[in-house]
Write a protein that binds this ligand. Structure first.
Ligand SMILES: [Fe+2]
Length: 348
């Protein structure tokens, strides 16, 4: 164990890393018996893999990871619309925790599916961002340089790099967000569909240039989940603005129909986060108000990304730089238990 820590220290010094070595960073390499427990979900997922599609649809109906039906039998039923309706109902129970005079405003956030806030200058966090760029290994975080269809067509000049920020620095970012937007945990909860909190959120610095697999309208999954973005560069209509179909999460029939069509066409094999293509894009833009979220550095967006969204066009010569974060996802049963237990407490 000690030798692996020493190796990391040596490697960091060899790179002339100017930053103080962070204990949390080093602990990643430490062995822990809890890691043995990871074998349980691994074996479980292997066992699930051998089940037929229909059995998976039945067993996993409640899971946010079961992003779309797998069986064409299920796709021909009301399975998808019913589970989406249940999720909407359960998610809206979050509002019961709050006093009546607050509920309507909070429910309208859930109805819209997103909020925007101006946090102001984030210059005080620059050292944290530079540290992440210098010390963390970039990953693509699902933004791939090809379309998620059967042809997997390559997208030219597509760059996506996500740099993770360490735990201590994440806590500092959270403190700043809460200070500048005091009701943010309540707004987050309405969008996540359960009583969530910024506490323990992990942030990544994301650098994106050009188009990628997120440039197509899609829903991340069937059940409500929340993600956030803070622009760290000024973002206009030409620099990959986040685009969102307002209130689309709440339209179970619309979403279920498009997902079922994707399953019948076999498109879910290339992306379980089902895409809108062809006439469905026109239908969505006609049915829902399309919001193109532009803003200066420091502009925060929280969104329920089970509503339709995409990365807007990139015509600028500059990359888009954002601070991105995800809130832990919960299945519908966990959401129900959390929301009912909170509803039993005195209103706040
Ligand atoms: Fe997405």
């Amino acid at each position: 164990m000690l030798s692996s820590v020493k190796e990391i220290e040596d490697a960091l010094h060899m790179q002339e890393n100017p930053w103080e070595i962070d204990e949390n960073y080093l602990q990643i390499k430490n062995f822990s018996f809890s890691k043995i427990l990871l074998i349980v979900p691994f074996v479980y997922s292997k066992l699930l893999n051998i089940l037929p599609a229909l059995a998976k649809d039945i067993l996993l109906w409640h899971s946010f990871n079961h992003k779309s039906p797998l069986s064409t039998v299920t796709a021909n039923t009301r399975y998808e619309s019913l589970r989406i309706k249940c999720d909407i109902f359960v998610s809206n129970l979050v509002s019961l925790r709050y006093k009546k005079n607050k509920r309507n405003a909070l429910l309208s956030i859930a109805q819209d599916g997103f909020i925007e806030r101006k946090l102001g200058s984030l210059n005080s966090l620059d050292a944290i961002f530079l540290k992440a760029l210098r010390t963390s290994k970039p990953r693509h975080a699902g933004a791939r340089p090809f379309l998620r269809d059967k042809n997997q067509r390559k997208i030219a000049n597509s760059i996506s790099a996500y740099f993770d920020i360490n735990k201590n620095d994440c806590a500092k970012i959270t403190d700043l967000i809460r200070e500048r937007s005091p009701d943010i945990d309540q707004h987050l909860s309405m969008l996540a569909g359960y009583h969530a909190s910024f506490k323990n959120i992990s942030y990544s610095l994301a650098i994106v240039y050009g188009q990628n697999s997120n440039s197509e309208f899609h829903q991340d999954t069937w059940s409500g989940i929340a993600k956030g973005f803070i622009y760290l560069s000024d973002v206009d209509e030409t620099c990959s603005p986040f685009e969102y179909c307002k209130s689309s999460y709440q339209d179970a029939e619309f979403r279920a129909k498009r997902t079922n069509n994707a399953v019948m066409a076999g498109e879910h094999k290339f992306s379980r986060s089902t895409r809108l293509r062809g006439g469905d894009i026109e239908d969505a833009i006609t049915q829902f108000e399309l919001k193109t979220i532009v803003g200066d550095s420091g502009h925060l967006t929280l969104a329920n990304t089970s509503g339709y969204h995409r990365k807007g066009q990139h015509l600028s010569s500059k990359p888009r730089v954002t601070l991105t974060f995800q809130i832990p996802r919960k299945n519908i049963i966990s959401k129900l238990l959390i929301n009912l237990s909170k509803a039993a407490l005195p209103n706040i």
